[in-house]
Design a protein. Sequence first.
Length: 170
Amino acid sequence: MRWDALFSDMEAQFAEGERLAVDAEISERTRVETASVALADRLRGSLNSHVAVYLACGRAFEGTLSHAGADALVLNELRHQVLVPYGAVARYAGLGRGSVAETSQVRRRIGLAHALRGLARDRAELAVTLRHAPERDTGLAGVIDRVGSDFLDLALVSPGSPGGHHRSGR
């Protein structure tokens, strides 16, 4: 009778040890999996959701997340689309916990410079928010003249002029 109790106790301890080992393995795999998730994948998990993006300059944008690329996202606001480089963001609000990896090799390589070159090609008028600018002047309006590897030239549009460009900025 005492042997039965001893073996039952040993069996319970062994089962508890196995359960703890499985729990530890699950926790470790979860940590490793989470550590491998890229920001773009996390953002893709929230596509078509309402999110807020707070820039390092203090500006904020809110809308539906419509695209998460290699190094920038597109947010659909009520009246505009906003292209935001990840490096300009201080924090996000409204992201879900899921993530979705990009399966297309081509889409994985398309970055901010590709989007900017498309805007330059289309001569699209746009507003550019500056990261480090005086509070009263955080943005410029214009048309992108050219895009380099780490810069763009913006032909500024004079307020009230129909497409009149007056200088180029970097």
